[in-house]
Each structure stands twice: as structure tokens, then as C-alpha cells.
Write a protein that binds this ligand. Structure first.
Ligand SMILES: [Zn+2]
Length: 418
């Protein structure tokens, strides 16, 4: 690419910018990796400078590249090794431990590379990727799927962040984070991470202006443990030699507990959020957290069914994630979207499309560049082919999602050479 990249005018029968309603006979003017202008063809075409290359996508909808707000690409190598569905979280976790023991750091890095390739092959431009230290470099910038790294800390018996992570790894993380805004901390979960470590991790994110993420209320074993300190989570901690005798159960829900720790705000992303009652949703709304749902992973672990409609009704920023290939069959957000449409008939297709684009970008703090087709944002879009009988405005977005599930889409090239 040169400094003077050619401008390209993409036209299609529909444009679905996501941040604004769909536009019939839409166009997007792009230069390299950036969008210059988007809207109706009549309004955008006159802005194209002389020499602009014109690409007509015909009967198709242009949509933003997809955003997967919760992955564990490290675990891509576990694909197909754990039969799904599992009868519950405890059974599943036992299988993960069994298989992961054979996994070295090099195979985790290979897993991440293969996972990124899988994401790119399924239309994903950006992912929020949980990592346990095998690869603390975000990126790549440019053509591949961009990886926002959530370095995950845990340690129920640990006193603070350095104690939990170790001085070497925290140093490597900090130096990588100084170079890139695409680096965050995540705490694993309330049953695996001490309150001090959760607060420290959130504190670092606050000081550096980054999104903090945490698994919350994924399964009944977690809600039970916070209520009375017993059950599977306690046995697990004992078995791992991580039990902390000074800890007492807060006797409240995971959401209320995190609120008491002071770690819920607009820059906190709660993942799974399956077992939240009305009071919990009220807290989530009041604090302005965002939520990433992983409905297929929850289904595959027999963990429960999240209140997606409730979160949408309350106006909470919502995203979708595939979670890892240890708990899902693919990393394809179109499949996740189709499953959501199928299992949540009350959720509108427009909401689902927003969850796999703008909602995800907002949730992981990358909405300046991703999630919508607008001037200044990434030009990495998808062209989704529409069927012979063109959809009406009313069923456009559902058609887009179903065509995506069928694989009837392609990347919109930002270069004239490919
Ligand atoms: Zn996860």
C-alpha cells in the first residue's frame, strides 16, 4: 500500500450501518483501511474524487465486520475433544483440565493463530480474547482479525495482583500494554479469584482507561458458592490447593458481590450473566456495565439460559461471544446469531445484528474503530448476498443473519489489487 491509496466506492442494494437504520441503494466510500463516507448512493457518489474505483455488489447488504466479544483462542486446540453438550459445568471443567494438561505454551500460541484464522474465515474483524499469559501481544493491525487481549488473572488464595500473576509476567504485560490500547485485564470469576485481586485488576484498568472483564453468574455452582461457601466451587478450590480459610461467603449474588467490591461501571464487561435476578439486572443497569452473552456455550454446558431480553429491555449494552472451542463447535458469530434468534424469539433480529457488531465493539472499548459503517471507522465490511426475491425493509436484517449463517457473504476488499 502507498500513501495515496485509491478510493473505492462500494454500492449495494442495501447498506446496514448498524449505528443508523438500513439504507436502500447504499454506498460506502473507502480509502485503505478507513471509511470516508457512507449513506445513500445518491448522497455518497458525488463525494468520490476522480479516479475512484467503483465496485457494485448488486443484490447484497453491506454490514460491518463482526465483533466476537468473548473468545479463549488459547483453547482452539481442544476443538472436538470434549463431547458436547456436557451435563454440567463441573463435568465439563474436569474434561478441560484433563486435556489442557497436555498443552504446552507453543501449542497455545499455535491455537491462537489457528483461532484467528477461523475468525477471519467467518467474517470477524475483532475479538475480545481471554489469555492466560501465552501471548500478550495484541493485533495484528491491518488485514487480519484484530485481537483485543484480556490478560486473565486468578488466584483465590492470592493477596494482590503481583502475587497472583508473578512479577515477570506482570512486567511483560505492562510493557506490552504501554505500546497498545488493545490490552486489558480480566479477572476469571468470583469463585476463583480473591476480592483483593479482583479489585487490583479493575484498579489497573481504571487507571489506564481500559475495559475490565469478568465471567459472572455463569452457573448455579457459582451462585451457590457465593451464597453459602459450599458445593462444587469449594471442593474445586480444596482440590487445587487454593482454598483461602480467611474467606467467608458474602451471602449474596455474584453481581451484588462485585458491586460491593466496587468494580462495576461503564468500563466493566460481564461475561455470561446467566443467573441474574431482577435486582441483579437493576444493579447492572445502574452501574452501566456491558454484558456479553454466550448462549451456545451455556447450552453446551447445561449451565442455563441467560436473560437476553431483560438486558435489551433495560438498554444495557449487549454483545455476543462464541466462548472457546472447548465449549462450542465453531467460532462463527453468524451461527451464534442464528442460535440466538432461534432460542429467543422475543429478541429482534436488529438487536442480534447489533450484538455481533456495535455492541461487541462498545463492550470491549473499540467502538472508535469498529462495529458500525461510519466515516472514520474500519473499512473491513462484509457483503452479504441477498436472495432473488429481495427482502423488504421489515425482514432485511433477519435475512442478512440467515444468509450469513448459510455462508452467503464475502469480505469487502479495501484494496483494488485483490
Ligand atoms: Zn470465558
Amino acid at each position: 500500500m502507498t500513501h495515496h491509496e485509491p478510493t473505492i466506492l462500494h454500492r449495494a442494494s442495501w447498506l446496514a450501518p448498524v449505528s443508523t437504520p438500513p439504507v436502500e441503494n447504499g454506498a460506502v466510500l473507502v480509502q485503505g483501511e478507513r471509511i470516508l463516507s457512507a449513506g445513500s448512493h445518491d448522497s455518497v457518489a458525488p463525494q468520490a474524487p476522480p479516479g475512484t474505483v467503483k465496485v457494485d455488489h448488486g443484490s447484497a447488504a453491506l454490514i460491518p465486520g463482526l465483533v466476537n466479544a468473548h473468545t479463549h483462542l488459547e483453547l482452539t486446540g481442544l476443538e472436538g475433544l470434549i463431547p458436547l453438550p456436557q451435563p454440567g459445568f463441573p463435568a465439563w471443567l474436569g474434561k478441560v483440565f484433563e486435556h489442557r494438561a497436555a498443552f504446552g505454551i507453543e501449542s497455545m500460541r499455535g491455537s491462537i493463530r489457528r483461532g484467528l484464522a477461523r475468525l477471519a474465515a467467518t467474517g470477524t474483524v475483532l475479538c475480545g480474547d481471554i489469555n492466560n499469559g501465552s501471548s500478550l501481544e495484541p493485533g495484528p493491525n491491518g488485514r487480519g482479525t484484530h485481537r483485543h487481549v484480556f490478560f486473565e488473572v486468578l488466584g483465590f488464595d492470592r493477596q494482590d495482583l503481583v502475587d497472583a500473576v508473578g512479577p515477570d509476567l506482570i512486567g511483560a504485560f505492562a510493557s506490552s500494554a504501554r505500546k497498545s490500547p488493545s490490552m486489558s485485564l480480566a479477572a476469571h470469576a468470583a469463585y476463583s479469584t480473591s476480592p483483593e485481586v479482583i479489585r487490583d485488576a479493575k484498579g489497573w484498568c481504571r487507571r489506564t482507561g481500559r475495559v475490565f472483564s469478568m465471567h459472572v453468574a455463569e452457573h448455579r455452582e457459582e451462585t451457590r458458592f457465593l451464597r453459602d461457601g459450599g458445593g462444587f466451587c469449594r471442593e474445586l478450590l480444596h482440590g487445587l490447593g487454593r482454598w483461602a480459610s480467611r474467606w467467608t461467603a458474602p451471602a449474596m449474588s455474584p453481581t451484588a458481590y462485585l458491586d460491593r467490591l466496587g468494580v462495576l461501571d461503564r468500563q466493566t464487561l460481564l461475561v455470561h450473566a446467566v443467573h441474574l435476578d431482577d435486582d441483579d439486572w437493576e444493579i447492572a443497569h445502574r452501574r452501566g456495565v456491558s454484558v456479553c452473552f454466550c448462549p451456545r456455550s451455556n447450552h453446551n454446558l447445561s449451565a442455563g439460559r441467560a436473560g437476553i431480553s431483560k438486558a435489551l429491555e433495560m438498554g444495557i449494552v449487549t454483545a455476543l461471544g462464541t466462548d472457546s472451542l472447548a465449549s462450542n463447535t465453531d467460532l462463527d458469530l453468524f451461527q451464534e446469531a442464528a442460535f440466538t434468534l432461534d432460542r429467543y424469539p422475543a429478541v429482534a433480529p436488529e438487536a442480534v445484528l447489533a450484538m455481533i457488531t456495535l455492541g461487541g465493539a462498545l463492550a470491549i472499548g473499540q467502538a472508535r474503530s469498529f462495529g458500525a459503517i461510519e466515516a472514520g471507522k474500519s473499512s473491513r465490511m462484509l457483503s452479504v448476498g441477498l436472495p432473488e426475491t429481495a427482502p423488504s425493509r421489515n425482514d432485511l436484517v433477519e435475512t442478512i443473519l440467515l444468509q450469513g449463517k448459510r455462508g452467503a457473504w464475502k469480505w469487502v476488499s479495501s484494496c483494488t489489487s485483490d
